[in-house]
Design a protein around this ligand. Structure first.
Ligand code: 4AD
Length: 458
């Protein structure tokens, strides 16, 4: 269907005075005796295009075209709007492409985000989700560009896997058998299953990413990860999009430098390419958002040792729900206190106790900590988790034994430490978490198309 995108009508002044065809969905309709106005949106911009129907001149608005949510095609002349300096269309012909009955759920101008979550297939037609999904798209492109421009190879790691990267037992099972009383043991069951062994949806592409980095040097992945975490929080979904660079000949300080540079690049690109969306989020969701992002781009992130952070938290003049002791896993309340109250900017926490971190992290000489880092940001908390990897075969075996892991499942991974092992590092950025940070959206369910959470799938 030949037509002009609404964003083009707004941006191309040469169209003024000419005839165009536009298509879209009716967002608002005002119908009076002599004139009718429709606000039309086709998804290409947040701005609605005003369609003017001059009834005094004998032109009638087809009844179905005046219904909210109706899809229409309009042929008309582009004219400058004297009042707002923009443009509008004087309609000559309106065709209804798809009628929309009165039970269309978006009758009210603003609806609660919670209500909209119940209708993911409709909420995408609101301004909020138009803006969210455009930002997602722009940021995905920025991430690819960032890595591609720096010589990283984009690798697609498997989604079905036989090894649990994080060792946290949060894998969704992949099986073709399902419930059955025919098997006496789990071994028997899995031996008979599709892969002949236990399989699951990958929680992270890191292990295979490391395999690729040991040949290609610098790689990144960008795909979904799955976690069967039973945590019903505003920051967790069971299916999230994960960006995981992995770099050979890279130690923790190099990794931190890369992560900071990447985050600043993504934010700058977003601010440059999405000024209308940024303003929308600033007005509607987070006052001071632009200033916050400018501060991030223009200032150094803090780098703080876990041990120092524990001391600061112990001295804090607040009653935490979870008490703080060296060795404890930091809770969201602690992370937020560090980044929001103490440093007031993004913070790389480094050198965590080995007991609370994954088996693959490089063990520090102190014997107690690992060369790990989490990037914490105000408002959201952790957006990146990463580390230098343990490159020493014997140390890695020992760490796996200490965590009671089945080494047979990780034989490929262990081979990397046998054949030309090198210092290497990587991190995982949660795509939805950085979008939350840049848009001010406070619930992860509102920055992903179809959120999957405990007890919720459609
Ligand atoms: O800290 P995590 O668990 O680290 C890893 O998976 C490493 N294998 C990454 C690596 O080193 N290559 O997860 C990394 C990031 C988190 O910081 C968070 O942003 C995001 O992934 N994430 C989630 N996002 C949404 N919902 C969940 N359930 C998430 N779990 C992790």
């Amino acid at each position: 269907m030949k037509h002009t995108d609404i964003i083009e009508i707004f941006s191309n002044k040469e169209l003024i005075g000419g005839e165009v065809t536009v298509c879209g969905w009716v967002r608002t309709a005002r119908n009076s005796k002599n004139v009718a106005f429709l606000a039309l949106n086709d998804g290409t911009t947040l701005n609605h295009l005003q369609i003017v129907i001059d009834k005094a001149a004998g032109f009638e608005l087809p009844e179905q075209a005046g219904k909210l949510g109706a899809a229409i095609k309009v042929i008309g002349t582009v004219v400058a709007n004297e009042n707002n300096g923009g443009v509008e269309i004087n309609a000559k012909e309106i065709t209804v492409l798809g009628e929309c009955p009165a039970d269309y759920p978006l009758q009210k101008k603003f609806q609660k985000l919670e209500t909209l979550r119940e209708i993911p297939h409709i909420r995408v037609r609101t301004n909020t989700f138009n803006a969210v999904f455009r930002v997602r798209s722009v940021m995905a492109a920025a991430i690819h560009r960032y890595f591609q421009d720096r010589g990283f190879v984009y690798v697609n790691t498997p989604l079905i896997t036989g090894s649990d990267c994080e060792g946290a037992g949060e894998m969704f099972k992949v099986t073709t058998i399902g419930y059955s009383e025919d098997y006496k043991s789990a071994e028997e069951y899995y031996a008979d299953d599709f892969f002949g062994k236990k399989a699951g949806l990958s929680v992270s592409g890191q292990l295979e990413g490391e395999v690729a980095a040991m040949a290609l040097g610098k790689i990144y992945t960008f795909g979904p990860s799955f976690r069967a975490e039973n945590s019903n929080t505003v920051r967790h979904v069971a299916e999230f999009w994960h960006i995981e660079p992995e770099i050979a000949f890279c130690e923790l300080p190099d990794l931190i430098e890369l992560a900071e540079d990447m985050i600043k690049y993504i934010i700058k690109d977003f601010m440059e390419k999405c000024p209308a969306e940024l303003k929308f989020f600033e007005d509607r969701f987070e006052k001071g958002l632009t200033e916050k992002l400018l501060n991030v781009v223009n200032n150094e992130f803090a780098v703080v040792d876990y041990t120092d952070a524990i001391e600061l938290l112990k001295k804090a003049d607040v009653e935490f729900q979870y008490p703080v002791e060296w060795g404890c896993d930091l809770q969201s309340e602690h992370e937020r206190y560090i980044t929001e109250k103490i440093y007031k900017k993004p913070v790389f926490l480094i050198n965590y106790p080995k007991g609370i971190k994954s088996f693959y992290m490089k063990q520090n000489p102190d014997g107690k900590t690992v060369a790990a880092t989490d990037l914490l940001v105000p408002g959201v908390g952790e957006i990146i988790g990463g580390s230098e990897r343990e490159a020493d075969y014997d140390k890695l075996i020992k760490a796996m034994d200490e965590k009671g892991m089945k080494k047979d499942d990780y034989s490929d991974y262990l081979d990397l430490r046998k054949y030309g092992s090198v210092p290497h590092s990587g991190f995982g950025l949660g795509f939805e978490r950085i979008i939350m940070y840049c848009t001010g959206m406070s619930n992860i369910r509102d920055v992903i198309f179809y959120p999957r959470t405990v007890g919720n799938i459609r």
